[in-house]
Every structure is written in C-alpha cells, then in structure tokens.
Ligand binder design. Sequence first.
Ligand code: FHN
Length: 609
Amino acid sequence: MNPSRSLAVLLLALTASNAAAQSLPSDEAAAQSKASADKDRDRRFQWFREARFGLFIHWGLYAVPAGEWKGKPIEGIGEWIMNRARIPIAEYELLAKQFNPVKFDADAWVQMAKDAGMKYVVITSKHHDGFAMYDSKASRYDIVEATPFGRDPMKELAAACQKHGLKFAFYYSQDQDWHESEASGNVWDFPADDVKKVLGRGYFEGKVKAQVREILTQYGPIGLIWFDTPRLITKEQSQELVDFVHSIQPDCLVSGRVGHGVGDYDSAGDNQISVGSTERDWETPVTLNDTWGFKKDDSNWKEVSVLLRQLVEVAAHSGNYLLNVGPTAEGVVPQPSIDRLREVGQWMKVNGESIYGTKGTPFRYDASWGTVTQKPGKLYLHVFDWPKGDLVVYGLRNKVRKAYLLADKKPVAVSQTANPAIDHTAVRFKLPAKAPSPHASVIVAEIEGAAQVDNALLQQPSGTVELNANQGRIVAPSDKPTMGFDARGVATRWTSADESLAWEFKLVQPGAFDVVVVTSEQKYGRGWEGGHKVTVDVDGTKIAGTIEAQEKRVPPHNPYWPYAITKLGRVTLDKAGTHKVALVPQSIESAKKFGLTLVSVELVPANKK
Ligand code: FHN
C-alpha cells in the first residue's frame, strides 16, 4: 500500500472508530477507553512484571571520599556526604579530578546482575550532588569532561545490557541538586534555598529536561526513569516531566518518586517491604548494607536469607525488588555484595520460576510458615520455616491436583480436609525432613481452576492468631479518621484515643491465648512511643494494659524496623468459629507525634514457648 493511501485508510478507520465511540452511551465509551488504556498498560508493564528483580547502582563522585571527609568519618549514607559534611561546591567539584575508575568493567557488572537472576539495571545518571555520570552536553559537570577517566560508562553499560538481554534504566535526581541554586537541597552554599517554593524554571528546563532528553536519546531504549525525592516540584512540573519522558520514549516507565502520584508505578520507601497485596505495580529499593553509595566502613551486610525473604515477600505482594550495589571510585563492586548476589543467583536458578512473572498471594495475609506467589493453575508456597512434621495450609478452597518440591521436582503427598461446621478447609503437605533450601524452600501446588481462598482472617496452623493493623476496620467518630497505614501495613498517625481498630477472625483450634500487642519502632529503632493505655476486647472480655517494649523482635523481612512486644494478659476461647477483637485506646502518648504504631494484635497459644 502506498503511504498516502495507508494514511487515508488510517484516517478513515480513526474517523469510523471515533464515530462509533461517539454513538456509544458515555459509560460504555468510558469502559471501552479504560479497557484499551489497561491493555496498553499491560503491554508497557509486561517486562517489569516478568522481571520482579533488578539491580540498583549508586555510583558517583561520593565514592571517592567513601564516607570520610578531611580524616573524619561522616555519619549517614555515603552518597549524602556532600550534604552531611556541608562540603562547598567548589571543594566537592575537585573530587572529579580524582575519579578515575580504571577497573570499571561494564560487562562484568551486567554479568553479575544476570547471574544473580536480575532482569534490569537502574543506575544513577545524576544523583543529588548534581554530577552527571554520563556524557552530558547540558552541563560540563560530567564524567567525560570533568574526570581523568574521560569515558562514558553508561554507553558501555547500555551495550552490555543489550548484549546480555537485561533492560537498562536510569536514576535521575530531578529535585535535589546540590550543585544548583535553583534546585532543592543545598542550604550551605545557597542559604536562601529554604525560602524557595518551586524549582527554578532555568534549572528545570536547562538541566533537568535537557539531561532527561539526553539520557533518553543517547543510550537506546530505556526501561524506566527512577526519579527521586520530590520536594519543591509542583504537581504540574511532575506531570510535565512524565509527559516529557513519554514524548521521547512512550514505553519508558516513570517511577512514583517523580512526585504527586503521577508516576507510572509506586515506589515503596527505602528498604520498606510492603505487605498490602496491591493491584498497582510497585517496586521497593533495598540496600545490601546500610548505604547506597560506596562507604568504606559500612560492613552491616544483610544475610542472604534476609535478602531472599525480602525478594519473595515483595513478589508475594506483586512488587519488584531493586537491590543496590555501591561500586568504589575504581569501579569495583565490593566483594561482600558480589558474594551475596552470587548466592541469591544460585537460589534463583533453582527457584526463579516461582518469582518471574508471578502474581502475588491470593491470601489476605502471609502465613506463619511463609508466603505464596502464583501463576495460572499453580501456587508456589515459599516456606521460610520448614516444619518438623507436615506443612498445613489453611483456607485454600481449590482441589490440589498434585504437589512437588520445585528444587528437585520430587512429589509431595497431599491430603485435604474440610470442616463444614465452621466453613473451614485445610491442605496437608507431607514434607521430607530436610528443607531443600536453608533460605526459602518452594513447594509447587497445582490446583484446579483459579485460586479460591477463605476471605476470613484465619488462625494460623501454628495456633497463633495474627491480626494485622491494616486488616482491621477503623472505628472512628468521623468518616475521615486521622489514622492510616503505611506501606508495611503498620498503623500511622494513630494519635487520637477516639479511634480504634476492630477485627473478626476464624478460630480453628480453641484454647487459652496470650494477648500480645506488637508495635513498631520507626526506621533504625528511632521514634517509637510507648505508655499508651489500651484495652483489647476479645468477644467482650476486656484486657487492659500499657504499651511498653517488654521484648524486642526484629522482623526478618524488615530489619530496620524492630518491633516492640507487649504481653497484656490471657484469654480463653473455647469454641471454633468466628470471634471478634478490638483494640481500644484509653489514652495515647503522642508528644513525639508517632503515637500508637500498631503492627498487629496476636493471640498466641498460652502453652507456646
Ligand atoms: O536521598 C536518596 C538516597 O540517597 C537514595 O538514592 C535513595 C534510594 O531509594 N533515595 C533517596 C532517599 O529516599
């Protein structure tokens, strides 16, 4: 077909489809356009949902001081050294002269990511220090012009990703730029910063958009742009940036941290492992130690078991896990990072099927033994705590056709029981004595039909009843309660004693239970408040007490947010079936504004150690 004829045919088709859309009743037209938007979104997100696991790389001039300035260690994350040590621009700029990563090997980095089972790489094209780690014409403050290295590492990384079949993506700090007076963040060189209300137009057009154009035009297809720390940016500017990205590469995804909820997908807080099953695409960035950019004295490396547990839990809530490395100024990925990624990769080689392209758990909550991912016709049971006897799963309604261990495909015997009196079902898996993996062992359960589960909150097979805050019903005098839930599902802004939480759950094994209230400290153990007077009401029996940290518990998937445990008292429930629990505060201490940071109310079998 000649081009003018094909244009005419296209126009005709468009006119016809417009006419058809116009003749539809408006809600039908709206439904049609939503369906086509959803289809397009599914197409754009296909690789992201398939991937589930990516490599984050924080690499920049901050790797030179590596956490130390003028002989003194500087507290906090490595890439923030300019800010934390209040380093004047003129002094920080000199680091460029020392930045010569002669050991940088793009192929080795990408091979490392691939061997770890990662499917995409996101690297800092410009972090808050304002230095471009690629060949920028919009600013001379860049790796090619300002360093002895003189190469564009992003060109090499883009090529290596292309070669190894990984998606390539960029981080870009759009709001904080400590090198620029019109951006946010630098209050030591530009003290007027704190009175600024918006990003300067000169900066936004001349640096941000100019550089975003460069990173979207110089390196081939870019999987996503990871904007970060929206502060001064207005909603209009965030939207402008999203539209700008899409105008250059329509399929490039934009991270939620572009600001104001206008990104293509949500970004959880740093190192936060979300618990809420979500329909929206999301991702969580995680550090291997405590820093993002290289810091020579940070040796607080996470254990492989913690990393794998996080990866699984994120996938079990339909999210992506973006795990960070901070290479040195020589271009070397620290050995402890390489070692951990290699081990994660060994697990992924065996168990990747249970992560890639899966959807989150059909259950409303994670079980005490582990969690679940799924594909059509298959449930992947990720068992973190390998049971001594059988593994019992409550609440699955489907018939299980067969089950096997993912590691060696050895069959697992299954039996299913039902208790119609309380509308309860249980599946029992007969497991070998030894767990296939010390980290997370996967049992594949092939089921008939789409997964169907009991929507009630269920007592765990271990006997414990775990009532998570975000599964409770908020009872408040107003329909706009102050309290809410963070990405971890923890109650936040619970500062009013007029607000309470209520749950209903199904008890399977009656007995005596200790009533335990689990609250969470804020990140790194700071910011917890106790002293709240509360009552836990179990079917009308009231158990009162004060929230205090009688014990600490470090949740394996969220090591930066330790829990405080308060045992309030004991209650006996002698009938299986539905029961009611409410947590009603009498007074809440909130001088520090944290208030009652509830994780869960637990009923723990009284004889359990
Ligand atoms: O301030 C940055 C930080 O340096 C790092 O880049 C992380 C990664 O998620 N994002 C910001 C803090 O949330």
